[in-house]
Design a protein around this ligand. Structure first.
Ligand code: ZN
Length: 125
């Protein structure tokens, strides 16, 4: 995925993805607000700092869309590896999208295995 992409049209796609997860828990599917886990808070803060220090954040109102972790090749094993635990999710099994909106003009996209998705939602292991 490239960075500094400008959303097409009015940016409705990015807004819809954010609303689906809410700012307090990007993986949530309900409207119930929930605090992000320590892992997610730290990961988002570190990634935003890395993007800013590398001058990879576009000037507002241009939206910067970037991977949560290091960029990978589409369809690669790393592309289906959990951003939280690193476990590989084979093709055919559910690999959960993680769309985060840590600042008004930055969207970070990643993926989680089912276990980590449940942990991020505050569920049982
Ligand atoms: Zn995981």
């Amino acid at each position: 995925m490239s960075t500094n992409e400008t959303p097409r049209g009015n940016g409705a796609i990015a807004k819809t993805q954010v609303e689906a997860g809410s700012d307090t828990n990007p993986t949530a599917t309900s409207a119930t607000p929930r605090e992000n886990t320590a892992w997610l808070r730290c990961t988002l803060a570190r990634r935003v700092a890395d993007l800013v220090s590398a001058d990879m954040v576009a000037a507002p109102p241009t939206m910067t869309v970037a991977p949560l972790a290091a960029p990978t090749s589409a369809g690669s094993r790393e592309d289906r590896s959990c951003d939280r635990c690193g476990d590989y999710t084979p093709t055919g099994a559910m690999f959960w999208p993680l769309v985060c909106h840590p600042t008004p003009y930055i969207i970070l996209i990643g993926g989680l295995c089912t276990l980590c998705k449940n942990l991020e939602e505050g569920g049982a292991r």
